[in-house]
Ligand binder design. Sequence first.
Ligand SMILES: C[S@@+](CC[C@H](N)C(=O)[O-])C[C@H]1O[C@@H](n2cnc3c(N)ncnc32)[C@H](O)[C@@H]1O
Length: 356
Amino acid sequence: MGRSSTTFSGRWRSGKTTVLRVPQTLASRVLEYARALDGEASLAKDPEAVYRTAANVQLDQPINVAAVPHRSPFRYPGGKTWLVPYIRSWLNTLHPRPQLLIEPFAGGGIVGLTAGIERLADHVILVEKDIDVAAVWKVIFSGQAEWLAQTIENFSLTKTNVLATLSRTPKNPRERAFATILRNRVQRGGIMAAGAGLVKNGENGRGLASRWYPQTLAERIRTIASMREHFSFIEGDGIQAIQSYARERGAAFFVDPPYTVAARRLYSHWQIDQRGLFNLLKRVDGNVLLTYDSTVEISDLANEFGFETQAVAMKNTHHAKMTELLVGKDLTWLHHAQSSSLSLAQTAQATLEFPL
Ligand SMILES: C[S@@+](CC[C@H](N)C(=O)[O-])C[C@H]1O[C@@H](n2cnc3c(N)ncnc32)[C@H](O)[C@@H]1O
C-alpha cells in the first residue's frame, strides 16, 4: 500500500520530504545513499542523535562509530564503542534502573563509562586484570587524573621520547598509567600485549603521532574523573568479581571476555573458561548481556545454558564487516527496539517505491 512521505516526514532528520521517481532496480541504493546523507547532516548538528538507541540501528548494518561519543582514553582492540546504542536500550528497559553495572572484563571500559556518565546505572564497577590497563583506571579514579591529563598534554611526542618512556620501568602506578596510554596510542592497532610493533606511517602520514590527540585524551580523562563518585575500579579477576555480586538483584553484568585465537595476540590475559563463565552467569540474580564473535561454539554454549542470542553487524578495526553475537538471559528489549526500527525501514521503502 502506498504511504505519503509527508505522513512520515519526522523519520528523516534533515527536514521535510518530497517524492522522487527512480528506476525500481536503483531504489534501494538511492535510499541507502539518502539515508547516509541524512545521517551525516544530522551528525553535523548533533553527533549523538543518529544512533541514540537500538531503535535507530539496523541489525545487519554496521554502526558508524563516528556517531557514538568516544569516552574512553583507550583505543582498545575489540573495543565496544559501536555497541553503545544497544547498551542504552538494554539499560533503559531495566526497571528499576540498575543499582550496579558491573563490567568484569573492562579493557577500555566504554560500556561502563557510558553507563556512568549518562547515568544509566546508579554505580559502575570496572574490573580488569592487566596491570598496565588497571593502572590507568586506578589513577583516574583515585584523584590523580589531573596529573595524568597534564602529563599527556605536556609530552613532546618524538620517537626518542616514546622509546625512552616505553623502555623505562615505571616507578609507580601513575608512571605506569602514562606509559600505558602512550603505548596504546603508538603501537599498531592499539595492541598493548608484548611484541606489537610501533605505528609506521599512520593516518595521513602523521607517523607515530597519528593517534596521539593530547587535548582530546586529557579532556576525556578529566570528564571521567569529574564523575568518579559514580565509579569503582577493581584490579583483579573478572570471574571472581561476578561471583562476589552474584546475589545482587539490582546488578547488571556487561560481559565482554577475551575470546578467539586473536585474543592471545591482543591481550596479556586471554585464557577464560567460557563454559564456566556461562555456567556462572546463568545463576546470577542480576541481568546479563554478553558479547562475542559469532561462532558455533558460542551459540551452542548459549543454547545449552538457556541464553538467547542475536547476531548483529559491526565493523572491525580493519573496517571489515563482521557479525557479533549478543547473548542474554532475555533479549526482549532488543526485539522491542527493533520492531520500532523495522517500521521506520519499511516506511522509507514504501515512500520510494509507492509514491502517491
Ligand atoms: C575483549 S577485551 C574487553 C574490551 C572492552 N569491552 C572495551 O570495549 O574496551 C577483554 C579484556 O579482559 C581482560 N581480561 C582477561 N582476562 C581477565 C580476567 N580473568 N579478569 C579480568 N579481566 C580480564 C583483558 O585484559 C582485556 O582487557
